[in-house]
Write a protein that binds this ligand. Structure first.
Ligand code: SF4
Length: 332
């Protein structure tokens, strides 16, 4: 059995776009050659500004959207075409947690009915077994049995996200895509939901893709981190390495905004220029208009994502490849 529950190779997602009624159609590339893998029972965090392709990557992995190019394997087998019965069976093993729990829940149904829904859809257990499982799931996410009789608007934001989690866990998934799962919640509730996710992951051996623009949360929950910029992964490595010594200039800017426990606050690197627009991709390294180290080469040549050590990959012309101490020292 492979250590990875899901792997993706060279994922590309293009959308057709038109800037005006009479303008010719163009193609916008939201995801541009993403390769990644998530180990069983571990968490890969994906960070980057809006427009970086984080959420699209998550949807491609689940097969909710078809990729324009590339391949995805789940548990060692290619993901079947969306909409087929084989894909629907597989979807029971992969679930999505949305950003806004109120939008994810149906206002007309009780929480218990919605938690039971995946069991009905996938025909799991008889009526009594489903009732019992709903009680177990509500308890697992810290909700009382009477919360099951409530409607979504009668619960707090944190309780709703717990209900969404209970529903996602109903079919015993092995892989969760969590897309900004705490960003719509009060700060005081965010830590509780993150702790709950970690507990549930340990208890049920679930792998997670944790998508967020909040680096503090990503650092707390992730084993590995992939940093995306304009549809590409520009750095990937263990969470510890990425936050201790970020190598890509974009990662350095992101990490500089997060206080590191036990280390003095470093000088904050303020990113210049506008956040990326996939419809207007700069030449060469897409980060070059905002990069303080950009050279002429950066404007014309796109850096490939290359392994710098056994455990880290970076896409930057100035980061040495396969050296013991990859670093931008000397140019900084
Ligand atoms: Fe900056 Fe050049 Fe590296 Fe891109 S390739 S991150 S522009 S130094």
């Amino acid at each position: 059995m492979s250590a990875d529950i899901i792997t993706a190779q060279g994922l590309v997602k293009d959308y057709a776009s038109r800037r005006g009624m009479f303008a010719p159609p163009t193609t916008v590339r939201a995801v541009d050659g993403v390769s990644l893998s998530v180990e069983r029972a571990s968490t890969l965090g994906i960070v980057g500004e809006s427009g970086s392709g984080k959420s699209t990557t998550g949807r491609l992995l689940l097969g909710i959207e078809p990729s324009s190019k590339g391949s995805i394997s789940f548990d060692g087998r290619p993901i079947p075409a969306a909409g087929t019965s084989e894909w629907r069976r597989l979807r029971a093993r992969m679930q999505l947690i949305y950003q806004d729990p109120l939008a994810a829940l149906d206002r007309r149904l009780t929480i218990a009915d919605q938690v039971r829904e995946p069991l009905d859809v996938h025909n799991i257990g008889d009526a009594a077994e489903r009732r019992e499982r709903v009680h177990e799931l509500l308890a697992a996410v810290g909700l009382r049995p009477d919360h099951g009789r409530s409607y979504p608007h009668e619960l707090s934001g944190g309780q709703r996200q717990r209900a969404v989690l209970a529903r996602a866990l109903a079919s015993r998934p092995e892989f969760l895509v969590c897309d900004e799962p705490v960003s719509a919640l009060d700060v005081s509730i965010q830590a509780q939901v993150v702790n709950l996710l970690t507990d549930l992951q340990e208890r049920f051996s679930i792998a997670m893709l944790f998508i967020s623009h909040d680096l503090k949360v990503v650092r707390n929950i992730s084993d590995r981190v992939a940093v995306m910029y304009l549809g590409r992964i520009v750095e990937e490595g263990s969470s510890e390495d990425i936050f201790r010594e970020p190598l890509h200039p974009y990662t350095q800017a992101l990490v500089s905004s997060v206080p590191q426990p036990g280390t003095p606050l470093k000088e904050r690197i303020i990113l210049q220029g506008e956040p990326p627009n996939p419809a207007n991709r700069p030449s060469g390294c897409a980060f070059h208009p905002r990069c303080r180290f950009a050279t002429a080469r950066c404007r014309s040549e796109t850096p490939a994502l290359k392994q710098t050590t056994d455990d880290r990959s970076v896409a930057c012309h100035l980061v040495a490849v396969s050296t013991a101490q990859p670093s931008l020292e000397g140019v900084v």
